[in-house]
Design a protein around this ligand. Sequence first.
Ligand SMILES: Cc1ncc(C[n+]2csc(CCOP(=O)(O)OP(=O)(O)O)c2C)c(N)n1
Length: 610
Amino acid sequence: MDLFNRDSAAEHIVSDSENIYEIGDLLLDYLKQLKVKYVFGIPGGAIEPLYNAIARSEKAGGIQSIVARHETGAGFMADGYYTNSGVLGVCCATTGPGTTNLITGCASLYANQIPALFITAQTALNTFGKGAFQESSSSETGVDTLSLFNDITNFNSMITHVDQFEQVLTSALRKAFISPKGPVHLSIPMDVFRSPAPVGKPSFDLSMINKPSTLIDQGSVDKLCDILTSGYKIVFVVGDGCASSINEILEVATLLNIQVVTTPHGKGLISPYHPQNRGVIGFAGHETAYKVTHEESVRYIVAIGARFGEWDSNGWDNTLLSEKLIHVSSDSGFFNRTPMARLHVLGNISSIFNRILDYLGENSFTELSAINPRIEAQMVGQSGRPTRFYKLVDNLAYNDDSVPIKPQRLMKILPRLFPYNTHYLADVGNAMAWSIHYLHPYKSSRVRNVRLSQQNVWSGVFRTCLEFSSMGWAIGASVGTAFACPDDPVVCITGDGAMLMSGQEITVALQHNLPVIFVILNDSSLGMVKHGQQLTGAEQTSTDLPQISFSRMARAMGVDAFTIRSPQDLLELDIDEIIHKKSPTLLDVLIDKNEIPPIGLRARSISLKK
Ligand SMILES: Cc1ncc(C[n+]2csc(CCOP(=O)(O)OP(=O)(O)O)c2C)c(N)n1
């Protein structure tokens, strides 16, 4: 049986590769314009023409194939890659199951509004309707993969003729970068894919397609300037939309002595030791952040780049979502969630805050500065021990040296082991709750913010995925992050359940010499669900997992691994070796499974007894 749907024409392509310029080659030339370096995916018969083009590109030192272990892992890698490089993530899959496996990855990018290009194959056009192997063109004769992508993409189309290709690709890429950004999908039959391109090179220059608009709504910015200098008490809420503007925002906050809280997604953008930082609001957040936003005397809450979904808004908190709110966003779509706001300020956040800084300068507000912006560096330098201005729920556990290691203690130690340029990704499960609350990477606003300032992408040192929240997201996204930042250590904090679901992707890090450190919170259970059931008084069911040795599992795959039982075990690791050896490491951390994560908010929102 010809499982690979190859025909003699395809064989011919391989043997005569120099003179070939097919649709696949044209696609890669367009992607080169966008500085794409990698295509994440898994090969198969119908997508072979694209892989043939990638092979030609690789030989010429161009775009490279990164083979994931599951197509959804490829989607998560595209997420980590884009959010740390500003370069479009590209994924591909073969027809049928390869394409259906992509769905969760694509949906996750869609929910998180992250641009990406998904290319999937179809069987040849002349086989449609005949029951071809893995046919995916119509639900009458197979599985209609195009319709599966309809509700999880910004653009979704099949290309049925070579002459459509350039126009449809251009439209798709535009839609990926237009707010709300998101993934786009092109479904391409294999015969179209391997047809000679009708042009010998791209007809259009798309290199500026992802340049963010610098436009602002001047009238609302003027009103915001008046409010900021009105003398009333103000709090800033910083979301992940502030990635490229965080330095300007902190400067304004410092000049006007405005206290800042972050959403869970914005946490990685501000140092926990910044004097204005009062912690995280929303899911697994800090009491201090709650208090400063709920003080009677606060007249305005200025939320910047915040999404205001369930977790960002502290479960749609009435104080945040009130007439005190001023919502600043580069995406007007998020204003749909804040109709009660007294002011919506639309525009490029960096331009808005630069305009505010100009206004403050023009009106001599710089002289009123309460705190010098460089105070953070001075404080850390002088005392050697930085100060945090927000409190933790459980300081005892955070400092507790008992065995088995407490997850709070693990979170305290991790940033002390790894250097400043380490990226932390917390997976869905207790990992995100523990790390939102207890993980404090020393320096969060990074030099990279400056480099990426034109890209408007997330670039902090901590990420989690609270929107779509798929288990295993952090595993793939960490690998993608490592491709984007090959010189930086990447720490993936995940659960044993997620590891059993998606852990095979660590072999991608192995294959490509990426120093990703996988930290497994091993509690032999689907912990977040288990604790959630306990906190909400639900039936205690279906959360037990077997006791797995992830160290042995990792070693069987050729990955270095250590079993961690105590804080001391962590401190004995040779971190220098781990981060410099250019291959992944797994830490199988046998945590104290009885510690209750700070997930009260989540518990309240799903509780039957609200
Ligand atoms: C793909 C997927 N399936 C199910 C869920 C629901 N869910 C959320 S957290 C969780 C448990 C995660 O367990 P584990 O990875 O072991 O992490 P822990 O909470 O124990 O730290 C489950 C099942 C989900 N978010 N994603």
